[in-house]
Every structure is written in C-alpha cells, then in structure tokens.
Design a protein around this ligand. Structure first.
Ligand SMILES: NC(=O)c1ccc[n+]([C@@H]2O[C@H](COP(=O)([O-])OP(=O)(O)OC[C@H]3O[C@@H](n4cnc5c(N)ncnc54)[C@H](OP(=O)(O)O)[C@@H]3O)[C@@H](O)[C@H]2O)c1
Length: 284
C-alpha cells in the first residue's frame, strides 16, 4: 500500500495478535522503532504524509486510518510517534501544536478503539513542571511549555481507552538517520565545525539512548501494559554534563577541534520557559 510497508517477503511474519502500525516512522525515534520490528521479523506498516497522514487535519485522519485498518485481518496495534516535536515550532504556532499533538492523537485513539485495537502514545518528560523531580508515573503533570501542554492533552485522549498505553520518554541521544536530530548529532556537528557550544548547567533530565528507547517501547507495546509507563535513563544529568559526555565518547577534544563549550542558563533563552529538572523514575 505504501513504500514504508514491510509485510510481504517470506522473512517477515504477521504478529499473532495484532496488525502493527507506526506513525512517525520517518522521524528520529520512528527509524529505530521500525528497525526493531524488522530485526524481530514482524510485518508492519508505517504510513506517513504520502499516505494521507496529516496531523494538522485530525478529522480527515480518522477516515484515512480507518481505511487502512479495515484491510487488516487482526485488530490494529498503533504506535503513535508522529508529532510536532520541536518546541520552537510549538511556541510559534500553538494552535497547530495542539492540532498535531492533541487533536490528532484523539482522532487516532478513537479509530483504534473502534477497530478493537490498542494505541501506544509516546509522550514526554516535559509534561512535568520541573519543580519536584524525580517524577514517577503517578506524579501530577503540570507542563509549562506549549509543547508539554499539547502532549499532555494528547495523553488525556488516550487515557479514556482502557487498552491503550502512554509511554513518557526523556531527552533522547544517539545517532540519527539524517545527522540532525536528538541531543548528540547537532552537538557533534557543532564541535566538528569548531563552533561555540552553549549547554545548560541548570537543567536536568534522565536522558536515554534512542535505540534503547525503541527496544523498550516495542517490548511495552507488545505487552499487556496499560495506563502510563516511564521509560528513561538511570542517570540524572544536566545538559552540560550530558554534552561533555557525548563529546568525550566521540573522542572530540576542544584543543584539537577548536570548539568551545560555554555553560549557559535556561533563562538566557527566549520562548516557552524550560523546566529545571524533569528526571523520570523508570522501571524500564
Ligand atoms: N526526540 C526526543 O528527545 C523526544 C523526547 C520525548 C518525547 N519525544 C516524542 O517521541 C515522538 C517521536 O519524536 P522524534 O524525536 O522521533 O520526532 P521527529 O524526528 O521530529 O519526527 C516527527 C515525526 O512526526 C511526523 N510529522 C510531523 N508533523 C507531521 C504532520 N503534520 N503530519 C504527519 N506527520 C507529521 C514527521 O513526519 P515527516 O518526516 O514527514 O516530517 C516524523 O515522522 C514524538 O511523539 C515526541 O513528542 C521525543
């Protein structure tokens, strides 16, 4: 049906319970989640914009996705990764951020439920205000950014369906397919180009490698887990500490590459306020 479906060759098998779907398969995390499915030999479909998936048109989305599900012999398991994920985009166009991250999530959850399926929605540690870390799964969400609010509204649509699962993930790092995404690639590019690297030393997270995140998301998606789960790294790190570690592990040294690391403060940046500490407590 589309160039991103992966279901016909002999070396792939249909899951015994679900028809597997992934939105956002062309994104940073989506590349890794679909890779995990391929490694495990599962057939899946990863529809994108070319298949009519447009997060800015939630009402049309329902019909597009319903037509895909109607062709399947098993109920859908939809891992919904597609989102407006850039905070600056959300700040600039808050209405579209809510349309993409909240209303479209609601539309998808409704269709999935109509077909007797299960939806897994990736949310974010930025649903918390950063004042009372670390946050477990029962902690009260209180986002302070447009992005965080739009993702929390998405969660609320998913929570109304008993079979669905919300997975909150932290800042992700590790290589990206286009060299432009995640916490590490832009930093490494900046270092190699000899730029000044400004890193917050007053913002903490529990960062996670994107590949590890994908494996845990697939495992949880295929389990019976429902409600909310946190999937995060074990270590609480400031953005400054994380940045130094990424540079060190890549073998980059300021003396050789000519870059300069500057400690900076969250308040130095314009846009939505940034939470101080969104560390997650995670069993996964
Ligand atoms: N990366 C992180 O550190 C992080 C942290 C916490 C939570 N998350 C969550 O994890 C999920 C995946 O994030 P990511 O880092 O993989 O994001 P990403 O690299 O920006 O990918 C976003 C995906 O959403 C799709 N998309 C965006 N706007 C769309 C639209 N209007 N219509 C249809 N598709 C659209 C993109 O499709 P195109 O390729 O066609 O643009 C892409 O596949 C998101 O739900 C995000 O909120 C990410």
């Amino acid at each position: 049906m589309n160039t991103r479906s992966h279901g016909t060759p002999e070396n792939v098998a249909r899951h015994d319970r679900w028809s597997l779907f992934v939105t956002g398969g062309s994104g940073y995390l989506g590349h890794e989640v679909t890779r995990v499915f391929r490694e495990r030999g599962y057939a899946y479909e990863a529809p994108g914009r070319r298949d009519g998936i447009d997060l800015l048109k939630p009402f049309e989305l329902e019909d597009v996705v319903a037509a895909m599900f109607a062709r399947c012999d098993k109920p859908p398991l939809l891992i919904h990764l597609a989102a407006w994920s850039r905070q600056s985009d959300c700040d600039r166009e808050p209405e579209n951020a809510f349309r993409a991250n909240a209303e479209s999530t609601g539309a998808l959850a409704t269709v999935v439920a109509r077909f007797g399926g299960r939806m897994v929605y990736t949310s974010t540690d930025l649903v918390f205000d950063g004042a009372e870390a670390p946050y477990d799964e029962d902690a009260e969400a209180n986002p302070i950014s447009v992005y965080g609010r739009s993702k929390l509204f998405g969660e609320r649509y998913v929570r109304t369906h008993a079979h669905d699962l919300i997975i909150r993930i932290p800042l992700l790092y590790g290589p990206s397919f286009d060299g432009l995404r995640g916490a590490s690639d832009p930093l490494l590019t900046g270092a190699r180009e000899g730029r000044e690297l400004r890193l917050f030393d007053d913002e903490w997270r529990t960062p996670l490698d994107v590949r590890d995140a994908a494996i845990r998301i697939v495992d949880l998606a295929l389990s019976d887990a429902v409600h909310v789960r946190h999937v995060a790294g074990k270590e609480r790190l400031s953005r400054y500490e994380l940045g130094l570690r990424i540079l060190r592990e890549a073998g980059l040294d300021a003396r050789d590459s000519g870059f300069r690391v500057t400690r900076t403060r969250r308040g130095d940046l314009s846009g939505s306020p940034r939470p101080e500490d969104c560390s997650l407590v995670s069993m996964y």
